[in-house]
Design a protein around this ligand. Structure first.
Ligand SMILES: NC(=O)c1ccc[n+]([C@@H]2O[C@H](COP(=O)([O-])OP(=O)(O)OC[C@H]3O[C@@H](n4cnc5c(N)ncnc54)[C@H](OP(=O)(O)O)[C@@H]3O)[C@@H](O)[C@H]2O)c1
Length: 240
C-alpha cells in the first residue's frame, strides 16, 4: 500500500526536498504542510509537475487550530499516517551573541522549533499509531548537540536560542522514543541534515538541499531493524 508522509514547512528548502525524494524515490504520497497557502500550492504544483503524488495541507505549527485542522484533514482523507517529519524551523539569530538576545527571540524560536513540533506530533500520534511502521523524524541540528557546541572551535557557530531549541527537541525525541520503546514498530529519531543551501543555510553552505535531506529520508524509511531514539547525520550517530 502507498505510504503517506506529512512534512511541516514543506513549501521550500529541506522540507520540499524531503517531500520530493520520498515521493520520487520511495513512492510516497506526500502531504506538504505550509503556513502560506500560495507557497504551499506552488510547492504542490512543482512536485505534481514532476509526476509526484503531492498535496498541500495548510499548517502553521504555532497555531493550535491550524494543527488540529491539519490532523483532521489527514484523518478524514487517509485514515492514518506512516511518516511525520517535523521540519518547520526558524533561526532568528545571525551571529554568536548570548547576552542581550531578548526573551522574545527565545520565545519565538521555541514556539516553532520545539512547541510546534510537540503540538503537531501530539495531534498526529493517533494517526501514526494506525500505521504498521510509524516513523517520526525531527529536524534537529548539530548546533543542538550540547557536546558539539562545547568544543572551542564551535563557539562562533552557536546561535543560543536556536541551539537550545534544538537541544530541547532532541530531549523530546528521546522521551517519545522511550515511551514507544515497548513496540518495535515505532522509529523516532532526530536528524542533523548538514549545512545545506536553503534560505536558512544560506548560499555559502557546503551541501545542496538534495544532499542535506539524505539523513531525513533515511530515517523516514528505516526498516524494522532500524534504530529509535537516536541522533544521526547520514548513518553516523551524533552525540547529544
Ligand atoms: N539548512 C541547514 O543548513 C540546516 C542545518 C541544520 C538543521 N536545519 C533544520 O532543517 C529544517 C529546515 O530548514 P531549511 O534550511 O529548509 O529552512 P528554510 O529554508 O528557512 O525553511 C523553513 C521552513 O519552515 C517553515 N516554517 C517556519 N515557521 C513555520 C510555522 N510557524 N509553521 C509552519 N512552517 C513554518 C517555512 O515556511 P515559510 O516559507 O512560510 O517561512 C519554511 O517552509 C529546520 O528545522 C532547520 O532548523 C537546517
Amino acid at each position: 500500500m502507498t505510504k503517506i508522509a506529512l512534512i511541516s514547512g514543506a513549501n521550500r528548502g529541506l522540507g520540499l526536498e524531503t517531500a520530493r525524494q520520498l515521493a520520487r524515490d520511495y513512492g510516497f504520497t506526500v502531504l506538504l504542510g505550509a503556513r502560506d497557502e500560495a507557497k504551499g500550492v506552488a510547492a504542490q504544483n512543482e512536485l505534481q509537475s514532476e509526476g509526484l503524488d503531492a498535496h498541500f495541507v495548510a499548517l502553521d505549527v504555532t497555531d493550535e487550530d491550524s494543527v488540529a485542522k491539519a490532523a483532521r484533514f489527514v484523518s478524514q482523507q487517509y485514515g492514518l499516517l506512516d511518516v511525520l517529519v517535523n521540519n518547520a524551523g526558524i533561526m532568528l539569530e545571525h551571529s554568536f551573541k548570548v547576552g542581550g538576545v531578548g526573551v522574545e527571540t527565545w520565545k519565538q524560536t521555541f514556539d516553532v522549533n520545539l512547541f510546534g513540533a510537540v503540538a503537531l506530533t501530539n495531534a498526529i500520534l493517533p494517526l501514526l499509531e494506525k500505521s504498521d511502521a510509524p516513523r517520526v523524524v525531527n529536524l534537529s541540528a548539530i548546533l543542538g548537540s550540547i557536546s558539539e557546541i562545547s568544543r572551542p572551535q564551535m563557539k562562533t557557530w552557536i546561535r543560543a536560542s536556536y541551539s537550545a531549541s534544538k537541544a530541547a527537541l532532541n530531549a523530546f525525541t528521546v522521551a517519545l522514543a522511550q515511551e514507544k520503546s515497548g513496540d518495535a514498530k515505532w522509529k523516532i529519531n532526530a536528524a542533523h541534515p548538514g549545512w545545506a543551501k536553503t534560505e536558512m543555510g544560506g548560499p555559502q553552505a557546503l551541501m545542496t538541499a538534495a544532499q542535506g535531506v539524505k539523513t531525513v529520508v533515511q530515517l523516514a524509511t528505516l526498516g524494522e531493524d532500524g534504530p529509535s531514539g537516536g541522533f544521526f547525520h547520514v548513518s553516523k550517530t551524533i552525540s547529544w
